[in-house]
Design a protein around this ligand. Structure first.
Ligand code: FE
Length: 190
């Protein structure tokens, strides 16, 4: 009996076939795995958020045209043809979904969490966002508007969370360490 899961066996068979047919090399596969496990992840989005908090000009450019504003970071991972950054304020809370499938800003947040791909999240966050957010542990005050942004193959959204109080003394790197993936999707605040 094999100790490998059906998914592992399938992935290995697919890799062998692609290598055998000359579409890619074993090194290409290792390289991709390294990129997504070590260089692409929520730490990239967190760097963007921290910079927006400390650099007002960058914040303005980010909110106007995030795709070009983040070019200098040279993030890998693609999947961001057009990036739109939506800002949380005392009056507005933003949350992101892909109702159709699981579109997500990979280059900034890495691989999507399982719940993001769950049909229940994808349908309910649109119909009853406040209730779903409470299930994530986030209670949005009645007076605050909740905006839900539906991603697509063309447009990916990132939430710019509000900067936590009492962080005036922190530098950009220390601020980035405070920013969670959930806050950049909008199911949490900081
Ligand atoms: Fe999608």
């Amino acid at each position: 009996m094999s100790e490998h899961s059906p998914q592992e066996i399938r992935a290995e068979a697919l890799e062998s076939l692609l290598v055998e047919r000359g579409f890619l090399t074993g090194e290409d596969v290792d390289e991709s795995i390294e990129v997504y496990s070590e260089r692409v992840g929520p730490m990239n989005g967190a760097r963007v958020v921290a910079k927006a908090w400390v650099d007002p000009d960058f914040r303005v450019r980010l909110l106007a045209d995030a795709t070009s504003a983040i070019e200098p970071f040279e993030f890998q991972g693609g999947e961001v043809q057009k990036l739109v950054v939506v800002e949380n304020t005392p009056a507005v809370h933003n949350v992101v979904v892909c109702t159709l499938c699981s579109c997500y800003p990979w280059a900034l947040l890495g691989l999507p969490p399982t719940w993001y791909k769950d049909p229940a999240y994808r349908s309910r966050i649109v119909r009853e966002p406040r209730r779903v957010l409470v299930e994530f542990g986030l209670s949005v005050p009645d007076g605050k508007e909740v905006r839900v942004w539906d991603s697509s193959a063309e447009v990916r959204y990132l939430v710019l969370p509000e900067r936590p109080a009492g962080t005036d003394d922190l530098d950009e790197a220390a601020l980035a360490a405070l920013v969670s993936r959930e806050a950049m999707i909008g199911v949490a605040v900081l």
